[in-house]
Design a protein around this ligand. Structure first.
Ligand code: DGY
Length: 323
């Protein structure tokens, strides 16, 4: 079969996903993990009809300048703040993401971070591995914050937020959420969650999870003022995007005891982590891995392949414009 299209994959991907692409297109897949500088990205995109890219690839007007060939960009993520959708639309490039397949896995991970932060799992493990456990442990050592019976607040009640909420019933938690618009009652019932305004959410939540997309409007939606409004001794978890939180203000709130702990999977300037946060034992830090289960990452890769094939008119399934 003559292969009409050329596709670039910006990072190593599962063999089965690459093999499926390889059946239909001329494939150029990176064999080692690397971050592409804007100029490299521009060059790589200039020579292909479609590309599968990741969150560390920023595709904007400059990257697309002079590119008359590219037709499809498939992002290996549900979030797409690394893509300038307006610039892509102007250039006639279809942008796709990987919604839904990662909802449950990412919600699981929100709970992993919530539990780890509240119960001080990271600090305790570091202490044990450092050989500090002599057996003469004080009864009041390692005191954490309970989850059961407390109030869970969810800021951003999309599909992942709803999956986080559904898990709360096993912990007998009251669930509050804030979204710009209220969800239909049937969904609120399924999630056993009640809409409140943002101030109430901040004031009443013992554990606050951020699950909203990052846009210029919600840059630092949790800043010094919001942290001051939060319940004293509460726990903040961010599995969405780092730019939602003012990291310096968060470090200050943790040092002062306004917040008991935080669990962060995302950072404003990835892969850099704010140095003040790195210093704090009461923060659990992970390297943006919320969707990283073997099954889900495989499903995301296959969905990105579906998106490329559909976008090039080679597949039977519809592509997934960002939702
Ligand atoms: C997403 O899909 O947006 C996640 O943040 C990537 O793991």
């Amino acid at each position: 079969m003559t292969k009409r299209y050329k596709v670039w994959v910006s990072r190593p991907l599962f063999a089965e996903a690459l093999a499926r692409l390889d059946q239909h297109v001329t494939l150029d897949a990176e064999a080692i993990e690397r971050v592409h500088a804007p100029e490299q990205l521009r060059e790589r995109l200039a020579g292909v009809d479609a590309a599968i890219v990741s969150l560390s690839d920023r595709v904007d007007a400059a990257t697309l300048a002079g590119n008359g060939r590219l037709r499809v960009i498939a992002n290996l993520a549900v979030g797409y703040n690394n893509l300038d959708i307006e610039a892509l639309t102007r250039a006639g490039v279809l942008a796709c993401n990987t919604p839904d397949v990662l909802n449950e896995t990412t919600a699981d991970y929100a709970w992993a971070l919530m539990l780890a932060a509240a119960r001080r799992v990271g600090a305790a493990e570091r202490w044990l591995r450092a050989g500090h456990w002599t057996g003469a442990m004080r009864f009041d050592d390692w005191l954490g914050v309970d989850l059961h019976g407390k109030t869970l607040g969810i800021l951003g009640m999309g599909r992942i937020g709803q999956a986080v909420a559904r898990r709360a019933s096993g912990f007998d938690m009251r669930v509050l959420y804030h979204n710009r618009s209220r969800l239909p009652e049937s969904i609120e019932r399924q999630c056993a969650a009640r809409w409140v305004d943002q101030a109430t959410l901040l004031r009443e939540s013992d554990h606050l999870v951020l699950v909203l997309p990052y846009t210029p409007e919600n840059h630092h939606v949790i800043g010094a003022a919001e942290l001051a409004q939060m319940k004293r001794g509460s726990v903040l978890v961010n599995i969405a995007r780092g730019g939602l939180v003012d990291e310096a203000a968060l470090a200050t709130a943790l040092v002062s005891g306004q917040l008991a702990a935080a669990g962060l999977d995302v950072y404003e300037d990835e892969p850099a982590v704010h140095p003040a946060l790195l210093e704090l034992e009461q923060v659990v830090l992970s390297p943006h891995m919320g969707s990283a289960s073997a099954d889900t990452r495989r499903n995301m890769a296959q969905l990105a392949v579906d998106n490329v094939l559909a976008g090039l008119g080679l597949g039977s399934q519809a592509g997934h414009p960002p939702t």
